[in-house]
Ligand binder design. Structure first.
Ligand code: NOJ
Ligand code: CA
Length: 533
């Protein structure tokens, strides 16, 4: 490959700001807390942070309901706090990616307050308003991703407005050029402040069918490669998202991004599982997003064969020259350690950090944090569909063995979400001191990845093995070659490779010393090994 750009060789670490580090004892994480923790991140060995929204917000969706795109919510600090965070991160060589939510605003955003004030308000058309259908019915059959209809009746002006998420999150009308201009100003605001890029929230949703046609019902036997989203799954979402006009917008946005130096990155949250449609977000001539997030491994059955298939399908679907990326956890999905099982966390770490492309690591997954059962869920999704609630993957980061886990000076009962039960043992301080901990493994993997071009920029070649328990692949760059052998099963297994005869095993997920005997390596259950060929 040609000289890579920073975001291609980077490892991104996602911070959910409410939950990372609380600097003022109110039980909620904040920006000064993040600044305080940057040393940990530099030492861990990540290259960039993506921070979920910290803008002014009524917090109906914990910040994904923005009331002012160009200010910081007092709960999280001030704009000066943000500037300090950015400067401190840059001093440590850590890039900062911010989260922009272009599909919808808060219903308390001044734009929406104006829009809803009367049918002839100048901003009426900034949102998607429609008359009721026959007998007062909703304008079409679209559903909210969080349950129930996607339309809310507004008695004052006697029309419905569209909300893909909760009613507190009205959808912006991206077919109105004034909206496009206003949102481009938002991107420019943060670029001018010096951020290194954007994660675009539900990027594929901003353009809908201009005629707002009904979605067709989903065939009953449809298979899903992702999680089951309740009533929402009853339709094929072909008209309420991803209209092809969307690509003009991302091409324009990319032009704005590309006018800045040093280079910035554009990452889109694109929840589309037809790989061809998903890959379209790289754009013609790769002129749109640098990376649409790749979620295909999140719900992969944890077997070598399924994981390899999803990786190979992804590689095959990439447009020429497009850069892959992998996600194994985020603030919307059950914790990795719970989803795949605690036995899988080490192989998952090695997988994420050795596949070709940019990995995104969710805070706390480096400790093996588990999904926490929460009695009174706060997530607006949980209020409608409890089994889909996301609070359990958003619990406070576990820094040490003190009562509030070093997350906050507040009492445990005052934290915005309860701590995970194992926090006294599963935390940064404890795992830093243990040479065989998961955190130590992450540190070693990150350091190795950084030092080996084969791992951070090399080609990917799957290797066939005789065992269905193993996923084996090679990464190579110039003369450097690494072979990654991952055992997905709970049985020990030997793997023979002609290239192993005089090869050097460099890292095992168990952090033990691995020996090669003859041309074979013996793996323990759920062990992964990196061998330099
Ligand atoms: C996707 C975000 O990741 C999720 O947390 C949020 O609730 C929705 N978009 C709505 O903004
Ligand atoms: Ca706080």
């Amino acid at each position: 490959m040609s000289e890579p750009v920073w975001w291609q060789t980077a490892v991104i670490y996602q911070i959910y700001p409410r939950s990372f580090q609380d600097s003022n004892g109110d039980g909620i994480g904040d920006l000064p807390g993040i600044t305080h923790s940057l040393g940990y991140l530099a030492d861990l060995g990540i290259d960039a942070v993506w921070i979920s929204p910290f803008y002014t917000s009524p917090m109906a969706d914990f910040g994904y309901d923005v009331a002012d795109y160009t200010d910081v919510d007092p709960l999280f600090g001030t704009m000066a706090d943000f500037d300090r965070l950015l400067a401190a991160a840059h001093r440590l060589g850590i890039r900062v990616i911010v989260d922009i939510v272009p599909n919808h605003t808060s219903d308390q955003h001044p734009w929406f307050l104006e829009s809803r004030s009367s049918t002839d308000n100048a901003k009426r058309d900034w949102y998607i308003w429609r008359d009721a259908g026959p007998a007062g019915s909703t304008p079409n059959n679209w559903l909210s991703a969080f349950g129930g209809p996607a339309w809310e009746w507004d008695p004052v002006t006697a029309q419905y407005y569209l909300h893909t998420f909760v009613p507190d999150q009205p959808d912006l009308n991206w077919r109105n050029p004034a909206v496009v201009e206003a949102m481009h100003d938002v991107y420019r605001f943060w670029l001018d402040r010096g951020v290194d890029g954007f994660r675009i929230d539900v990027a594929h949703r901003i353009m809908k069918d201009p005629e707002l046609r009904d979605n067709p019902p989903a065939p009953a036997d449809r298979e899903s490669t992702f999680k089951w989203m309740g009533e929402y799954e009853s339709q094929l979402h072909i008209h309420d998202q991803g209209h092809p006009d969307i690509h003009d917008e991302y091409r324009d946005l990319r032009t704005i991004i590309d006018s800045y130096q040093p280079p910035r990155v554009l990452i889109g949250e694109v929840h589309l599982f037809e790989l061809e449609e998903w890959a379209g977000y790289y754009g013609r001539d790769l002129g749109e997003m640098h990376m649409p997030f790749n979620f295909t491994l999140l719900y992969a059955p944890w077997t070598a064969g399924e994981v390899r298939k999803r990786v190979d399908d992804l590689e095959a679907a990439l447009p020429p020259g497009a850069w892959p990326n992998y996600v194994l956890g985020n603030h919307d999905e059950p914790r990795l350690a719970t989803r795949f099982g605690a036995h899988a966390t080490r192989v998952a770490a090695m997988l994420l950090l050795t596949l070709r492309g940019t990995p995104t690591l969710y805070y706390g997954d480096e400790l093996g944090m588990e999904q926490v059962p929460i009695k009174n869920q706060q997530d607006p999704w949980a209020v409608r569909e409890p089994e889909l609630g996301r609070d359990g993957c958003r619990t406070p980061m576990q820094w040490d063995s003190s009562t509030s886990a070093g997350f906050s000076a507040a009492d445990p009962a005052q934290l915005w979400l309860p701590l995970e039960a194992e926090h006294a043992d599963r935390n940064v301080a404890v795992q830093t001191d243990r040479p065989d901990s998961l955190l130590t493994l992450y540190r070693r993997l990150l350091a190795l990845r950084r030092s080996m071009p084969a791992l951070h920029r090399g080609d990917y070649t799957p290797v066939n093995s005789t065992s269905e328990d193993l996923f084996v692949f090679e990464r190579s760059s110039g003369d450097e070659r690494a072979c990654i052998v991952l055992n997905f099963n709970d049985r020990p297994i030997r793997f023979d490779h002609e290239g192993f005869a005089d090869a050097e095993p460099v890292l095992s997920t168990t952090l033990r010393r691995v020996a090669i005997s003859g041309s074979a390596v013996s793996l323990a259950p759920h062990e992964g090994v990196i061998v330099r060929l």
